[in-house]
Each structure stands twice: as structure tokens, then as C-alpha cells.
Design a protein around this ligand. Structure first.
Ligand code: ADP
Ligand code: MG
Length: 232
């Protein structure tokens, strides 16, 4: 519990700071990017200076992404709870990354549940959370590997979505820290994806669980309540 409180506090303080900082960072970032684009045209592709400027542009994009992620934590808009067909939500997200997976020769499959599952949730937020989980899975998985998404329901009114990858997995040390804001093992990671995803799932009344074994892969388990009387 203490750990949970500490985390919640960390997130809310960060959130307030983020709203202020985001504004102060975005505008100058826009100028840096804009002027870099103009300078880039002065050099031919292949000229090292052309490449340096491309690095500058790429890095401004990265900063922008961090700020974007920050903002999502800073302004958790009121949840818009509507009936969500889980299977369709998952398929919508998967189409966004299907090309990427195909190019890297990773099998990416959404297994249909025996019968349609509809839950009451904020669909847009939920899709953002699912996307974070799937991107992580794809990033961890080598060509020839797979990311399988399966959904099932339980008699106790919960539905469960499993995201199983055959990727790098994590050691225990890493697994313990993955929900910490800014914790990342990637050179260009923000370390905010899972912190945000956990918040999203929990604000929809669900839980998020991660099982992983180094070198063997990872399974992310999302459990969400189904409205009583509307079970399918
Ligand atoms: P980021 O992706 O920017 O690093 P996340 O919060 O999404 O931030 O993830 C935090 C860390 O958790 C990652 O850097 C990685 O070490 C670990 N991780 C998350 N998902 C997976 C996965 N499917 N397989 C292996 N490691 C993972
Ligand atoms: Mg991530």
C-alpha cells in the first residue's frame, strides 16, 4: 500500500509539473525544429552536416513525444464509459502496427473469443493502453517470433486479455520496476508507457499483471470487469 501511495504521489506531482513544463518546452521546441528544417535544405543529403541536422530534428521529435506522454498523465480527462466490444478494439489497434510486424517477420495474431465480449470502458483510453502493451511486445520480439493476443471470460464477471510475446523477456529486477515512470531499458524509451497503461486499466476498474522470464518472453494480463446483466 505504501508503495502504491508513493507511486500515486509521484505520478500526480509529475502531472502538475508536466502541464506547466509541457507548454514551456513545446514552443521553443517548435522553433528549433522549424529552423533546423530550413538549415537542412542548405546541405545535400550525404553531407555530414545534413545528417547532423536530421539528428537534431529527430531528437526534437523525441522530446515532443516525452512531452506528449507527460500531458496524458497531467490531464487525465474524465473517463468516457461506453460499451466496448473488446475484440473490435483490439483489431483496430493491431491494424495500426500490422505492417510493422509483417516487415519484421513477427507473427501478430488476435485470437477471437468464443463469444463476443462487451465491457463498459473508456474505449479511446483502453486502445491507447493496448497499443502501449503491443508496441512493447513487438519491440522485445525478434524476427520469427510471435505476439499472440487472446481474450477469455470468467464466470465471476471478469474478462481477461493476454498479450503473449516470445521476446527477450525480463529478469526479476527489471520486472519489478516496469511500472515506475521513466524506468526504461531502451536507448530511446520514455519509460512512461506502462506507467500510463497501468493508470488507464485501473481507472477502468481493471488490473494489470506482467509475467516474464528472461530469454523466454513476456505475458501481459489485463483483467477488466464486465457489467453485470450484460454478460455475453
Ligand atoms: P519504454 O517502452 O519507453 O521503455 P515502458 O513503460 O513501455 O517504457 O516499458 C518499461 C520497460 O519495461 C521497458 O524498457 C522494458 O525493459 C520492459 N518491458 C515492457 N514490456 C516488455 C516486453 N513485452 N518484453 C520485455 N520487456 C518489456
Ligand atoms: Mg513502451
Amino acid at each position: 500500500i505504501e508503495e502504491q501511495l508513493r507511486r500515486a504521489e509521484k505520478l500526480s506531482t509529475l502531472g502538475e509539473m508536466a502541464a506547466v513544463l509541457a507548454h514551456e518546452i513545446r514552443n521553443p521546441l517548435g522553433s528549433i525544429r522549424g529552423t533546423a528544417e530550413i538549415l537542412k535544405d542548405d546541405y545535400k543529403p550525404g553531407d555530414p552536416k545534413h545528417e547532423f541536422i536530421e539528428i537534431q530534428i529527430k531528437e526534437t521529435e523525441r522530446l515532443n513525444r516525452v512531452v506528449e506522454d507527460f500531458l496524458h498523465m497531467a490531464r487525465p480527462q474524465p473517463a468516457d464509459m461506453k460499451p466496448c466490444p473488446i475484440q473490435e478494439e483490439l483489431e483496430t489497434i493491431v491494424t495500426l502496427v500490422a505492417n510493422d510486424a509483417r516487415e519484421r517477420n513477427i507473427k501478430l495474431v488476435v485470437q477471437p473469443p468464443p463469444s463476443p465480449i462487451i465491457i463498459k470502458a473508456d474505449g479511446e483510453k483502453l486502445r491507447q493502453g493496448f497499443l502501449n502493451i503491443i508496441i512493447n511486445a513487438l519491440q522485445a520480439t525478434k524476427p520469427g517470433g510471435s505476439v499472440i493476443i487472446a481474450t477469455k471470460t470468467y464466470a465471476n464477471g471478469l474478462c481477461e486479455i493476454q498479450f503473449r510475446d516470445t521476446g527477450s523477456g525480463m529478469d526479476e529486477e527489471t520486472r519489478k520496476r516496469i511500472f515506475e515512470p521513466f524506468f526504461t531499458t531502451k536507448p530511446d524509451g520514455t519509460g512512461l508507457g506502462l506507467a500510463i497503461t497501468k493508470k488507464i486499466i485501473e481507472s477502468n476498474g481493471g488490473t494489470l499483471l506482467v509475467e516474464s522470464e528472461a530469454d523466454h518472453g513476456t505475458t501481459v494480463i489485463v483483467r477488466l470487469p464486465q457489467p453485470t446483466g450484460e454478460k455475453s
